[in-house]
Design a protein around this ligand. Structure first.
Ligand SMILES: *Cc1c(COP(=O)(O)O)cnc(C)c1O
Length: 493
């Protein structure tokens, strides 16, 4: 039937939607207040998987019932990053006001790429603050991006174009080379591939026993590359490798970069922010030498996903890689089309959300000093965990704690387990810790050994959470080891 009523997505009944919105806030606050009573993780049930297979809705349903679906089928099966015993991967914890800021930003729905509007200024203020936090000069540049993967790609592209400014127009005709240690995050390899250098152009340099880049091996490789006529232009240094938190020797790498005229990029996804912690302030002053540094706000600044950051020493070089102004983006003298230069001239993306608001509000609410204390607290807690582990004869540290990561494993006392058995046993412990909702560590493999890995970027963890964790690892380990032993006996018979 023809109707001349025009459609809108705005609520027909704003009173009831408003009531629902208040309910959502209350529910999320309750959820975040009762985390200790909840499992860290629970398996996604069939009902949720079925919901996720429902076909495209043709007709709408009341907002209340959509929300009810979320509450019943989605919320309880979250990843668990908000929980006090979540220490997997490099997961950040999120925080209350930043959660609300995301709602406000979505409500404003500003596109933070060009034009004269408040979000443009706040976004840039957060970049100014980021430079100050990491000791980068005011003249430097930067960009908020989705995460450290995007930050690494942005950096590699700028480093590449700074090396040869014809590449933007001509593409790559040379055998370019980037150096990074074998412990470097896979996003750096992706960045090198996407930048057209190719995975083979990324030389993965061996590490020493502490998982830091081996400088001699690096120098050897540089000599080989130069002899072969390849063109090295960049070293990627780790400040906090994802597996163990190792930090490459920054001063030595900086000296090599200076001598060879290479770009020094730091992947400091979580580790760079340790510069704020009293214990690392001096050691990590070296970050200031870098040409670019990538880090995540959604890791060690506890900002909800997703937001990362790339900083550049030289803003002009950043601009040279991306600036392009089509007629439909020309700036005007006045009106909405005036204001700061378009941010699309400084990065890959055009449309960008107001990610800056959650950082801006968090920093205003807590102040940078509180973040310094929290980062230090996380480091201290992992050192405490190390002492707990060292007190237990069934547990062994596989590498000393650097930064905020502990890698350890359970080893049965009652029988000699092979490496294969130890690997299976520890993997089983991790899976059961998750399944029983007790704790969410992750894992990695160090020199062929499967290890239980705790990466602490959690502002909700307390010492007692680590005590519970160690107790549960031993309890599960003893039970699983017993069943392994019986199997061994059975095989021997
Ligand atoms: C997490 C991480 C990345 C990737 O960052 P995303 O925000 O997940 O894209 C890169 N490097 C290191 C060392 C990381 O820990």
């Amino acid at each position: 039937m023809f109707t001349n009523t025009e459609l809108t997505l705005d609520p027909e009944n704003s009173v009831s939607l408003r009531r629902l919105a208040h309910q959502m806030v209350d529910d999320m606050f309750d959820y975040l207040s009762n985390l200790h009573q909840r499992p860290v993780w629970q398996a996604v049930p069939e009902t949720t998987k079925k919901l996720a297979k429902e076909s495209l809705p043709l007709k709408g349903q009341p907002a209340d019932s959509v929300y009810e679906s979320f509450k019943q089928h989605i919320l309880p099966y979250a990843m668990g990053t908000v929980h006090p015993r979540f220490w997997a991967y490099a997961g950040g914890t999120g925080s209350h006001l930043a959660m609300m800021a995301d709602m406000l930003a979505a409500g404003m729905n500003s596109n933070v790429t060009n034009g004269d509007h408040a979000a443009m200024y706040i976004d840039q203020q957060v970049i100014e603050w980021s430079k100050e936090m990491l000791g980068f000069p005011q003249t430097g540049g930067g960009m908020l991006v989705s995460g450290c993967s995007m930050a690494n790609i942005t950096a590699i592209v700028v480093a590449r174009n700074a090396f040869n400014k014809n590449i933007r127009a001509q593409g790559i005709e040379q055998k370019l080379v980037v150096y990074a240690s074998v412990e470097t995050h896979c996003s750096v390899q992706k960045a090198v591939e996407i930048a057209g250098i190719g995975a083979k152009g990324l030389r993965k340099i061996p590490v020493d026993k502490d998982f830091r880049m081996d400088i001699n091996a690096l120098q050897l490789q540089i000599a080989i590359d130069k002899k072969e006529g390849n063109l090295p232009f960049c070293i990627v240094a780790n400040v906090g490798t994802v597996s163990t938190g190792a930090m490459d020797p920054l001063d030595e790498l900086a000296a090599i970069c200076k001598k060879e005229k290479f770009w020094l990029h730091i992947d400091g996804a979580f580790g760079a922010l340790a510069k704020l912690a009293p214990a690392y302030k001096t050691q990590l002053k070296a970050i200031e030498i870098a040409d670019s540094v990538a880090f995540d706000f959604h890791k060690w600044m506890y900002i909800p996903y997703e937001v990362g950051c790339i900083l550049f020493k030289n803003k002009e070089l950043q601009r040279n890689s991306f600036a392009i102004t089509p007629p439909y983006l020309l700036r005007h003298e006045r009106g909405l089309a005036a204001g700061p230069e378009g941010l699309n001239n400084y990065g890959i993306e055009l449309s960008r959300g107001f990610k800056a608001l959650k950082i801006w509000m968090s920093l205003k609410e807590h102040g940078i000093e509180k973040f310094s204390q929290l980062i230090q607290q996380n480091i201290n807690q992992v050192l405490y965990l190390q002492t707990l582990i060292q007190k237990q004869p069934q547990l062994e540290m596989l590498t000393p704690v650097t930064l905020n990561i502990a890698c350890f494993r359970y080893k049965p006392l009652k029988f000699n387990a092979s490496v294969g058995e130890l690997n299976r046993l520890n993997k089983e412990i991790v899976m059961q810790l998750h399944e029983k909702g007790l704790a969410a560590p992750s894992y990695t493999i160090l020199d062929g050994n499967y290890v239980i890995r705790v990466a602490n970027l959690n502002h909700r963890s307390t010492q007692s959470d680590f005590e519970v964790f160690v107790k549960e690892v031993i309890r599960l380990g003893d039970t699983i080891a017993e069943s392994f032993k019986q199997k061994q006996v059975a095989i021997a018979v």
